[in-house]
Write a protein that binds this ligand. Sequence first.
Ligand SMILES: [Zn+2]
Length: 230
Amino acid sequence: MKKQNAGLGEKLWNLIFPARCLFCGKLVPPGEYVCEACRKERPQAPFLRRYSLPGAGAEGFSVFSAAAYEGGFRKTLYRFKFRGEKGLSKPLGKLLAETAGQTGQRFDGVTWVPMTKAKRRKRGYDQSELLARAAAKELGLSCLPLLEKVRETETQHQLPRRQRLSNVKSAYRAGQEAQGKALLLVDDIVTTGATLRECAKALAEAGAVRVMGLCAADCAAIRTEEEKSL
Ligand SMILES: [Zn+2]
């Protein structure tokens, strides 16, 4: 009986908030998150950046992103981050899990790039934590609160490139539970990568054996209008 009620609840939910494509907003079947047209048009492989990181070996620190930060997807992320549409974490989590699956690597747990406690109180939620929790659920992994942001920083995109690294330096602290784990480090958008690198460094220093960045969107992967029309 309980199960039937849950089913009905879900049907009602889908009626009021039907599933929509994360990229163009078109209606999609319940549980889906990309329409057929967008799936065909999307690049087959995730966007990848590699950074050198002390202790990370020759491979360095990799950051995979599901999509470019542009068009309809950019609007979806704006609604998720600034308009309080927390429900978007579910389809976005599925997209992140799909991206993590494409890397072919195995992990012990998922964590995220946190905001300071003060900022979180002000916004009411931490969008990266919601993404990490949703992705972990899809991947069947634990979501672990391993990082803490210990001081407030300037908004990264308002700073000149050379100041971005020093702005986030030592702003994050990682807990002991990171020790011996291969971890997925989730954030919503990668801009310079300085914040992700600082978090990966803190996790590595706490004893994580491997850290891989996983983001919804990559700012540097934006294609120009000319390229799109080719
Ligand atoms: Zn679409």
